[in-house]
Design a protein around this ligand. Structure first.
Ligand code: 3AM
Length: 176
């Protein structure tokens, strides 16, 4: 029997968007502002699933494969800080309907499968800095990053060798 894995559904960011975000972050936040999320780990979480057995994962993957939903554009034009969870994030002033629908569907499927569900509502965001020790001055969003979301991904989260690694286990295409 294989060990349960810590899983979550998310949207992968295009390489060039990740690089642009990392450059923007380095320009605007000092070294003491918090722990930067590694470029490779930048993502937008749709549904956190917690520890999932191989059997439950199979059921979740089958359900994810039945999602028929069009793709959408993500326009990153907002940044903020959550003082309680100590995160600085990027997001959208107005979330696309497709993003909310996709996250709602995945979260409902996960709940039906008995997966852990966060009690907090879905606030789409890309975490940039974690463990921010104090309030930071947020730069006016001078960025304007848009990209087409054409798929969603199931990731495994592992903490190994003192590093957090996200590995894409499976992906599904959104209808065009
Ligand atoms: O990077 P973000 O914040 O979008 O915060 C964790 C991360 O999302 C979230 O799952 C993503 C991958 O680790 N996460 C971790 N533990 C969680 C929990 N107990 C959680 N979300 C809700 N409840």
């Amino acid at each position: 029997m294989s060990e349960p894995k810590r899983l979550f559904f998310a949207i992968e960011l295009p390489d060039e968007t990740r690089q642009a975000i990392v450059r923007w972050r380095a320009e605007h936040f000092a070294g003491d502002a918090g722990r930067p999320v590694a470029a490779a780990n930048l993502h937008l979480t749709l549904a956190f699933l917690g520890e999932v057995s191989a059997e439950k994962r199979k059921a979740l993957e089958a359900m994810a494969g039945r999602i028929t939903q069009p793709g959408f554009n993500l326009h990153l034009d907002d940044a903020g800080q959550w003082l309680r969870s100590r995160v600085v994030w990027l997001g959208c002033r107005q979330s696309p309907r497709g993003l909310i629908q996709l996250a709602d569907m995945l979260r409902a499927q996960a709940a039906r499968s008995g997966c852990y569900q966060s009690p907090t509502p879905f606030h789409p965001h890309i975490s940039l800095l974690r463990e921010t020790p104090h309030a930071v001055a947020l730069p006016a969003p001078g960025f304007n990053w848009s990209f087409a979301v054409t798929e969603f991904v199931l990731y495994e989260s592992q903490f190994t060798g003192g590093r957090l690694r996200y590995t894409a286990l499976n992906r599904w295409t959104l209808k065009t």
